[in-house]
Design a protein around this ligand. Structure first.
Ligand code: UT7
Length: 325
């Protein structure tokens, strides 16, 4: 009998501070950086994003999302035997966000670690949790994507600072004989490191290099549309399914144009794509679980439906998870 990882519950958290494009444009204009609501909407589909308070770290956002997911799953933190957090913006260099979340949830003992695959991080984390559940080393896993990208943005660079936001999303996975995750597909190619990176790092008590996000947007765009179709097709092939079997496409939320193009390539109607980039901006590893939780809570996603989750990001990394909800 095959053991599947099945989603028991989902949760998410967005920090209180919400900035519309107009709010952000007004703040940037005071620093001599010119942008507009029209440009941001037309090129990206983004209308608003949330920024964490100075006192909030990724572990705080992650813990809120985790609490919601635990409640939705109807289990307590003590029942977890695995915690994985996907993040590129941890509270500290170490220890991991996952161990902080474990402690904030009031539990201890089970393995807890972070995964760093930038915007594909949640897909990587979900795949690792699925492998551990299938191998029998875990039965109930908490998998989170949590980011405070506002901390690594250069607010003098209008080509990047208008794109990102903060947030967290979480799922509880449980070992089940009923289908859950059907297929996964992961990839990376390190030759693309310079087109999306934060080159600065801690060095002897200071920062060496520029600790803010750098992106060649057009290069990333071209790469993203190609690999998102490829990885979706790879997961479908592994599960002996076709694009016609997908009920909902839940792609990484970076740019509405990339998402629409992926949907076209997969011959899916745009209304089968879960879109939250308009309200959240690009929240990196948090974007997919945030979108998933949004569509579960508003009733679009129903039990028994087939979901294609897919992400692409710095590294480059990319991948997909095909699952029965
Ligand atoms: O999460 C990882 C994945 N990340 C992504 O998927 C991001 C992928 N890339 C993109 O989404 C798009 O490439 C961007 C949204 C980043 C940029 O859109 P674009 O259509 O590729 O614009 P562009 O870079 O070609 O810039 C067009 C113009 C430029 O002006 P000129 O040279 O034509 O005069 C930019 O200076 O738009 C200008 N521009 C802006 N104008 C107003 C760039 N940023 C802004 C801005 N406000 N914020």
């Amino acid at each position: 009998m095959r053991i599947y990882s099945r989603i028991l519950g989902t949760g998410s958290y967005l920090p209180e501070k919400r900035l519309t494009n107009a709010d952000l444009a007004a703040e940037l204009s005071q620093q001599g950086v010119e942008t507009s609501d029209d440009w941001i909407i037309e090129r990206t589909g983004i209308r608003a994003r949330h920024f964490a308070a100075d006192t909030q770290g990724s572990s705080d956002l992650a813990t809120e999302a985790a609490r919601q997911a635990l409640t939705a799953a109807g289990i307590s933190a003590e029942e977890l035997d695995l915690i994985i957090v996907a993040t590129s913006t941890p509270d500290m260099v170490f220890p991991s966000v996952a161990t902080m979340v474990q402690h904030k949830l009031g539990t201890a003992g089970c393995p807890a670690f972070d995964v760093q695959a930038v915007c594909s991080g949640f897909i990587y984390a979900l795949t690792i949790a699925d492998s551990m559940i299938q191998s029998g080393s875990a039965k109930r896993a908490l998998v989170i994507g949590s980011e405070v990208f506002s901390r690594i943005l250069d607010f003098k660079d209008r080509t990047t600072c208008v794109l990102f936001g903060d947030g967290a999303g979480a799922v509880i996975l449980e070992a089940s004989e009923q289908p859950g995750i059907l297929a996964t597909d992961l990839h990376a190619d390190g030759k693309y490191k310079d087109i999306l990176c934060v080159p600065g790092h801690v060095n002897r008590g200071g920062i060496l290099g520029d600790p803010v996000l750098k992106m060649d947007g057009q290069a990333v765009f071209k790469l993203a549309v190609g690999v998102l179709e490829e990885t979706a097709r790879a997961s479908l092939a592994k599960a002996n399914m076709t694009d016609a079997d997908i009920d909902w496409l839940i792609p990484h939320q970076a740019n509405i144009r990339i998402m629409q193009s992926t949907a076209r390539k997969l011959r899916m109607s745009p209304d089968k794509v879960v879109v939250t980039v308009d309200q959240h901006g690009n929240t990196s590893a948090a974007s997919i679980p945030l979108a998933l939780d949004t569509a579960v809570r508003d009733g679009r996603i129903q039990r028994g439906q087939t979901l294609m989750l897919e992400g692409v990001g710095g590294g480059f990394t990319w991948g997909s998870v095909l699952l029965r909800y």
